[in-house]
Write a protein that binds this ligand. Structure first.
Ligand code: ZN
Length: 293
């Protein structure tokens, strides 16, 4: 399942080819993904230029010249790839490479630098979805989201305000999208390990009586930032040219410090602990019982 760093890597891969491109034609190869495509989706995209790409939490955003934004969530298996048009003799019409199973959305694009190409969205399990909005605050997916973890709006003081008096375990508190947007199960485990905090610690314990963040909460804010940035860097290094190889925005394999490493030695320098797995609210948490308190 793509988490924030994977989505950011996909965005960075797409951006050079889609920003500035005109959408000539939209082909919906089915009516729905997780939800139906929005009413008038094709008409809203056709003829528009994609001005820029963005990301909020795990949502990809394509800003259109009409002022609307096309939102894409990748669900569990959503990927984008580019295909070149093939010039087919003798009828001399352009035709795409054959579609693959689970190709659900096809955009014919013309880019001033890269020419014509097709952008294809493939999603085997169809947990992904698309939406359109004019204003972020009107989008049910974006309204109410907390700060972006890589923005200045996310910091220990903000977290302290949210966590003050909270008995909920750190794990659950960090998964709360109003506290920080787009943080999922994997990177919560990684960030807590980085900050040496156990996932079961009540969130309020890291707030001082004065309401100020403790040193440990400062470490946690830093930990969240660091694990995400490292993963984005790792994704970037596997990216190369998006249109090269098989042209697919496949998710990169990142080596995690604790996630899915039950029974393995803790990677913290000098620590002799062994990674343990516990289940919290039905989901696995991984931590080191020696260096996380
Ligand atoms: Zn350890």
């Amino acid at each position: 399942m793509p988490e924030l760093p994977e989505v950011e890597t996909v965005r960075r891969g797409l951006d050079p080819y889609v920003a500035g491109a005109r959408i000539d034609k939209v082909t919906l190869r089915r009516k729905d993904l997780r939800f139906p495509f929005p009413e008038g989706f094709s008409a809203a995209l056709e003829g528009q230029t994609i001005l820029s790409t963005g990301r909020r939490a795990k949502y990809l955003l394509f800003r259109l010249s009409s002022g609307r934004t096309w939102l894409s969530h990748l669900g569990m298996t959503g990927t984008y790839r580019f295909e070149d048009f093939r010039f087919k003799e003798p009828s001399r019409y352009y035709e795409p490479t054959e579609y693959r199973k689970h190709d659900h959305l096809v955009l014919d694009l013309t880019h001033p630098g890269h020419g014509t190409m097709q952008l294809i969205y493939n999603d085997a399990r169809r947990f992904g979805f698309m939406d359109l909005f004019e204003d972020e605050q009107q989008s049910p997916w974006l309204a109410g989201l907390g700060p972006e973890p890589l923005s200045n709006a996310f910091n220990a003081a903000e977290m302290a305000e949210r966590f003050r008096g909270k008995k909920a375990p750190m794990k659950a508190a960090l998964l709360d999208q109003r506290v920080v947007a787009g943080l999922g199960n994997i990177y919560v485990s990684e960030a807590l390990h980085r900050a040496h905090i156990r996932p079961e610690v009540p969130a309020g314990k890291l707030v001082l009586k004065s309401g100020q963040p403790s040193r440990r909460l400062e470490d946690l804010a830093e930990g969240v930032r660091t694990v995400l940035l490292e993963a984005i860097d790792a994704g970037g290094s596997t990216l190369r040219d998006f249109r090269a190889a098989d042209g697919n925005s496949g998710y990169f394999q990142h080596r995690f410090a604790v996630y899915d490493r039950e029974g393995e030695p803790c990677p913290t320098p000098g620590c002799r602990g062994t990674i343990r797995r516990i289940v919290q609210s039905g989901r696995s948490s991984f931590y080191c019982p020696v260096c996380q308190h």
